[in-house]
Write a protein that binds this ligand. Structure first.
Ligand SMILES: [Zn+2]
Length: 393
């Protein structure tokens, strides 16, 4: 089975799901260029769990994991009691970004290739980005990267005219901000070029951006600047603290579910690292709350521990309190941020399904391991989340 799906293919898959099991609700909002931020629900129980993917669009594995999980529910391959739970799925927090990055992928990796051919592209991309990781220390390394060079013909022109407004905006942005050739493959931001997770007034980048400092991303992305609108890292469009529509919609959605139902927690998927991040030590500086009850901390810890136990992922209780995800974690207990995949280099490496003799365990069958272990982890933590919720309230 081929692993990569572009935005249209993911939409087709979603519309093929059993409509009695997975219900398409009204969108939680619309993006700047008018794309819906879709919401699907499963079940009708009063205990709600929110699951989101694709905050960073280059972390394509997160959209696909969420959608494959929904498919398993639809096929009855897995079961969650619909009378007890409601699962709220937001498979595309950042649909414009997903269109950009998957259009870039399709400029090289066509839909009709074989599984084996797809795997060779994934491996090539992975190796190229690893080489760039090695070269990172060389001088002022802001050259075009090997893995970007693979996608050097991925320009805004490869975006379908269905998204003409977005396409035109990007044509201008590439010129104005002199974005590196091929960087559409690294696109994590929304269509305006704002990084949704950095998009809050507490972002650690705000002061540095305002001061006019040139801030480069790290490792194999060291030619991308985070201080201007582009593929990743830029915290605001026009003025510090200006909230992008995707974030506004998401925060309002959390608030509504929490007010009207029993919100037992949420899972925010990112990639990569095989890490479960959760809110633990509130003695660290958190700009959002002065005190956070010990009950919440215990609950977060318990669920994160269970999730890490099932997946074999590392636990990360440390937290930088300057992201939108950390804001959500603070206000809605038992929110886990899960970094899918043991290999770096989004958007492609997490889809590798290889067993090359001599390669390390983390490199083997990356994709099926992500899907299987995280599916199991969600099923296993759900009852514990309910118990925890009832204890706290
Ligand atoms: Zn991310």
């Amino acid at each position: 089975m081929k692993k990569i799906l572009d935005y249209e293919e993911m939409q087709d898959l979603l519309s093929s799901l059993d409509k009695d099991i997975i219900v398409k609700e009204d969108p939680i909002g619309f993006t700047n260029f008018g794309m819906p931020i879709d919401h699907y629900s499963y079940g009708h129980g009063d205990y709600h769990l929110i699951i989101t993917g694709g905050t960073h669009s280059s972390e394509l594995i997160t959209n696909i994991f969420v959608i494959r999980f929904m498919e398993k529910l639809s096929n009855k391959e897995i079961f969650i009691d619909p009378n007890v739970y409601t699962i709220d799925f937001i498979p595309f927090v950042n649909p414009e970004g997903t269109v950009i990055v998957t259009s870039a992928i399709r400029s090289l990796i066509k839909r009709n290739i074989s599984c084996d051919a797809e795997q060779t592209y994934l491996l090539t991309f992975y190796r190229n980005s690893r080489i760039e990781g090695i070269y990172y220390d060389k001088d002022e390394n802001h050259d075009i990267k090997l893995e970007q060079w693979m996608f050097r013909y991925a320009t805004p022109e490869c975006i379908d005219d269905k998204y003409l407004e977005l396409k035109n905006y990007l044509r201008g942005l590439f010129k104005e901000n002199d974005l590196p050739r091929g960087c559409m493959i690294n696109w994590s931001s929304n269509g305006r070029g704002v990084d949704l997770n950095s998009n809050l007034k507490e972002s650690s980048f705000i002061e540095r951006v305002k001061s006019g400092e040139k801030i480069y991303a790290h490792n194999h992305l060291s030619n991308i600047r985070r201080d201007k609108l582009g593929p990743l890292g830029c915290p605001y469009y026009d003025r510090p603290g200006e909230v992008e529509r995707e974030n506004k919609a998401l925060l309002e959605f959390y608030e509504k579910i929490n007010k009207e139902h029993k919100l037992i927690g949420s899972m925010i998927y990112h990639s990569c690292g095989d890490i479960v991040t959760y809110l633990d030590d509130m003695s660290l500086k958190n700009p959002f709350v002065d005190n956070y009850s010990e009950d919440n901390t215990m609950a977060n810890r318990k669920i994160a521990l269970k999730y890490a136990d099932v997946t074999g992922y590392k636990l990360d209780p440390k937290e930088i309190y300057t992201t939108v995800d950390s804001y959500i974690k603070t206000f809605y207990p038992v929110t886990l941020l899960i970094e899918l995949g043991s290999v770096t280099a989004t958007p492609l490496s997490q889809f590798m399904d290889l067993d090359i003799p001599g390669s390390g365990e983390g490199f083997k069958h990356v994709y099926p391991k992500i899907i299987e272990s995280n599916t199991k982890a969600i099923l296993d933590v759900l009852p514990l989340m309910v118990l925890n919720y009832d204890e706290r309230s």
